[in-house]
Design a protein around this ligand. Structure first.
Ligand SMILES: NC(=O)c1ccc[n+]([C@@H]2O[C@H](COP(=O)([O-])OP(=O)(O)OC[C@H]3O[C@@H](n4cnc5c(N)ncnc54)[C@H](OP(=O)(O)O)[C@@H]3O)[C@@H](O)[C@H]2O)c1
Length: 471
C-alpha cells in the first residue's frame, strides 16, 4: 500500500477538517484517534474518495507513513500532547518530525522541543487559526521550531493554508516556541476585538433599545466600511440574524451571558505583564469574560444596585461614531499585540518578521480584516511603536478619537460597562500624554518606602524625608 505523506493524530473537529483539506490537495494522509470509534465514523461519513487512510493503533499509524515521518498532533492542549509525544518516541527514528497544531502554552512548547530534540527528532509548534471552516478550506498557519522540520512539510502546509494575493497564509516564523507564542497573541487580539464588538451591541440594545435584527443591520453597514471589514464583524451580523426555530426568537437572546475561555487570552495578558508591555484592551477583555461568568452573583447584585434606566432614541447619525469607536478599539488591540510580539521577539530570541505575521493573518484566520493590509504596510515601512502611532495610522487616531470618547461617555452615562472600549481610550490617552501623574506615584513610593526618584531639573537619584510623621 502506498505510504502517506503525513499523519494526523486527533480526529475531533480540527483534525478531521485539516486531514480532508490536506488530502484534497493531493497528499496521502494517515489518521488516528485515541478513541477508534471517532476515526471509524469520520472515515465512513466524511471521506469521499480522498486519499485518507484510517489506522487503529499507533504502530499501524506510524508504519503507514513515508520516511522521514511527519506526524501532526491535533489533540486537546495539555496532557494529551505530552502523552502522544511520549507514546510516539518508540516508533519514530532520527530526523522524523512531530508537529503540535493545538493551542499549546508556549512554555510547554519550549519544554517539549527539548524533549523531542533529546530523541534526535524534529519539532514544530504550530498555531492554527480559522476554526473548523478554516481547517477545511484553508487556515492561517503559524509554525515555529526546527527549520529543517518546516522544510519537510513546507509544501503540504503552504498548499493547505489560505491563499492571499501575496502568498500562502503560512510561513516559517522562527525558532523555539514562537509559533505558539504568535498564535497566543493572535487569540489575545481576538478576545479584545470580540469584546469591543459585544460592547457596541450592548450599547445598542440597552441605551437605544434596538432588537437583534436592527443591530444586525448596523453590523452589516459596519462590515461594508473598509476600516471595519472583517470576519468577526461579518459573523456578528450573521449571529444576530439567526432565529431559534423552536422559540421563534433571535438565538442570541436565548444564550446565557457567561463567556468561557480556554486560556490563550489569559496567557497573553500574563506574559504582557511579565514583559512590561501595556496591553490594557486585551487584558480587560479577559477580565470581562471572567466577570461575566459570575452570572448568579450579578443577577443578585442587580436587584439592589440598579442601572440608570433612561434610554435614548436611535439616530443613524450615531452609526459613524460607533463604527469609529469600534475601529479604534480594534486598532488598539492590534497595537498592543504587535508591541508584545516585538518585545517577545527580542526577549525570547524569536527574531520575528512582524510584517510577515500581518500578512499570514490576512486570510483564513479569525482576525482576517482589510485593516491587516495597512498594518502590514505600516510594519514594513515604519518601526515606530506602538503601531497606531505610525504614519499609516496616526491621522486616523487623531480624527476618530473624539468618536471613541463620545461612545465611552455614553456608556458611562447610561451605566453600560465598556471595558475594552474604555481601555482602548485610556491606552491612546496615555500614549499621547507627554506628562502623566507618575511623578506623584514616585513621590508616594519615596515617602513610604524610600524608593528614591529622579528629577526633571537635575541628574541623579534622590530621596526626601517627606514628613515629620512619615511612616
Ligand atoms: N476548535 C477550534 O476552532 C480550534 C481552532 C484552532 C485551534 N484549536 C486547537 O486545536 C486542537 C484540537 O482542537 P479540536 O477542537 O479539534 O479538539 P479538542 O476538543 O480540543 O480535543 C479533542 C481531541 O483530543 C483528544 N484527546 C483529548 N484528551 C486526550 C488524552 N488525554 N489523550 C489522548 N487524546 C486526547 C480527543 O481524543 P478522543 O476522541 O479519544 O477523546 C480528540 O481527538 C486544540 O489544541 C485546540 O485548542 C481548535
Amino acid at each position: 500500500m502506498e505510504s502517506c505523506a503525513i499523519g494526523i493524530i486527533g480526529m475531533a473537529v480540527m483534525g478531521q477538517n485539516f486531514a480532508l483539506n490536506i488530502a484534497r490537495k493531493g497528499f496521502r494522509v494517515a489518521v488516528f484517534n485515541r478513541t477508534p470509534k471517532r476515526t471509524q465514523e469520520f472515515y465512513q461519513t466524511r471521506v469521499k474518495g480522498e486519499p485518507i487512510r484510517p489506522t487503529y493503533d499507533l504502530s499501524e499509524f506510524v508504519r503507514a507513513l513515508e520516511r522521514p515521518r511527519k506526524v501532526l498532533l491535533m489533540v486537546k492542549a495539555g496532557e494529551a500532547v505530552d502523552e502522544f509525544i511520549k507514546a510516539l518516541f518508540p516508533f519514530l527514528e532520527k530526523g522524523d518530525l512531530i508537529i503540535d497544531g493545538g493551542n499549546s502554552f508556549f512554555r510547554d512548547t519550549d519544554r517539549r522541543l527539548k524533549e523531542v530534540e533529546s530523541q534526535k527528532l524534529l519539532f514544530l509548534g504550530m498555531g492554527i487559526s480559522g476554526g473548523e471552516y478554516g481547517a477545511l478550506y484553508g487556515p492561517s498557519l503559524m509554525p515555529g521550531g526546527h527549520k529543517e522540520g518546516y522544510e519537510l512539510v513546507q509544501d503540504i502546509l503552504e498548499k493547505a493554508a489560505a491563499q492571499v494575493d501575496d502568498g500562502p497564509c503560512c510561513t516559517y516564523l522562527g525558532p523555539g516556541s514562537c509559533g505558539h507564542f504568535v498564535k497566543m497573541v493572535h487569540n489575545g487580539i481576538e478576545y479584545a476585538f470580540m469584546e469591543a464588538i459585544a460592547e457596541i451591541y450592548d450599547l445598542l440594545r440597552k441605551v437605544f433599545g434596538l432588537q437583534a435584527e436592527a443591530i444586525a443591520e448596523i453590523f452589516s453597514t459596519f462590515n461594508a466600511l473598509p476600516h471595519l471589514n472583517s470576519y468577526l464583524v461579518e459573523i456578528t451580523e450573521k449571529v444576530l440574524r439567526y432565529r431559534d426555530s423552536e422559540a421563534g426568537e433571535p438565538l442570541v437572546d436565548l444564550i446565557l451571558d457567561a463567556a468561557e475561555q480556554k486560556g490563550t487570552g489569559k496567557w497573553t495578558a500574563q506574559v504582557a505583564l511579565d514583559l512590561g508591555i501595556p496591553t490594557p484592551t486585551i487584558t480587560h477583555s479577559v477580565v470581562a469574560r471572567s466577570l461575566s461568568s459570575f452570572k448568579n452573583e450579578r443577577t443578585r447584585i442587580a436587584q439592589y444596585l440598579s442601572s440608570p434606566s433612561k434610554t435614548l432614541s436611535w439616530s443613524p447619525d450615531l452609526l459613524i461614531p460607533l463604527a469609529d469607536a469600534l475601529y479604534l478599539a480594534e486598532l488598539a488591540a492590534f497595537s498592543e499585540g504587535f508591541h508584545l510580539l516585538c518585545e517577545a521577539s527580542q526577549a525570547f530570541n524569536y527574531n520575528l518578521n512582524l510584517p510577515e505575521i500581518a500578512r499570514i493573518w490576512k486570510g483564513g484566520c479569525i482576525l482576517r480584516a482589510l485593516l491587516l493590509e495597512r498594518i502590514q504596510k505600516a510594519l514594513l515601512t515604519d518601526d515606530v511603536f506602538p503601531l497606531f502611532a505610525t504614519q499609516e495610522f496616526r491621522r486616523d487616531v487623531e480624527e476618530k478619537l473624539p468618536a471613541l470618547r463620545k461612545v465611552c461617555t455614553l456608556g458611562m452615562e447610561y451605566g453600560v460597562p465598556l471595558p475594552a472600549l474604555s481601555s482602548a481610550l485610556a491606552y491612546f490617552d496615555s500614549w499621547r500624554s507627554a506628562s502623566l501623574p507618575a511623578n506623584l506615584i514616585q513621590a508616594q513610593r519615596d515617602y513610604f518606602g524610600a524608593h528614591t526618584y529622579r528629577r526633571i531639573d537635575k541628574e541623579g537619584v534622590f530621596h526626601t524625608e517627606w514628613g515629620v510623621n512619615g511612616l
